[in-house]
Design a binder for this molecule. Structure first.
Ligand code: SF4
Length: 169
């Protein structure tokens, strides 16, 4: 997998102070995307063991609440296996820190896929759905457009229905 950047301290993508991983590559090409430089799968840098170790080291501090994974598209077939490994290892080292992940895929469609490497088991909060310019709303807390949802993944899996973490507005 290739990635665009790692942010050491991010206060705008998820609750609290977080480490953020922006993966490289997205085929959705949503009109008005906030991050079009992450579309090209050949750009960015190779994600290496050193990068994984660096995320673990950065997240060591008590004030880091968790890891945010954005894109690009973390759940694209080219990225999902590596992202699942990152999420699993992060949770193994820090079981009490949370993982938020932003994806253009819908939760229901992710459940139907056979190539997820069980990633949902390691994600706490999923912001799903493509950005829709016609539904853009700058007041939304964690998303760009009103069609996107902020899903409590653990509860949703347990109860077998979508449970929102909170209202976006
Ligand atoms: S899914 Fe996200 S990264 Fe991909 S084009 Fe849409 S807004 Fe941009």
């Amino acid at each position: 997998m290739r990635y665009n950047k790692i942010r050491k301290m991010d206060i705008s993508n998820g609750e609290g102070v977080r480490v953020s991983l922006f993966v490289q590559g997205c085929e959705f090409h949503c009109k008005g995307c906030f991050n079009p430089e992450t579309w090209d799968f050949s750009k960015g840098k190779d994600f290496t063991t050193e990068d994984m170790n660096s995320i673990i080291e950065l997240a060591k501090k008590d004030y880091i609440k968790g890891l945010s994974i954005l894109g690009g598209e973390p759940l694209h077939p080219k990225n999902i296996e590596c992202v699942a490994m990152v999420a699993e290892y992060f949770k193994y080292v820090y079981p009490t820190k949370d993982i938020w992940l932003w994806t253009g895929y819908k939760y229901e469609d992710i459940l139907k896929r056979t190539d997820t490497h069980n990633i949902l088991n390691y994600i706490d909060v999923l912001i799903d759905g493509q950005f829709e310019e016609k539904n853009k709303n700058l007041k939304l807390k964690w998303a760009g457009s009103e069609n996107q949802r902020c899903i409590n993944v653990g509860k949703s899996l347990r109860e077998n229905k979508i449970i929102l973490k909170e209202k976006m507005l």
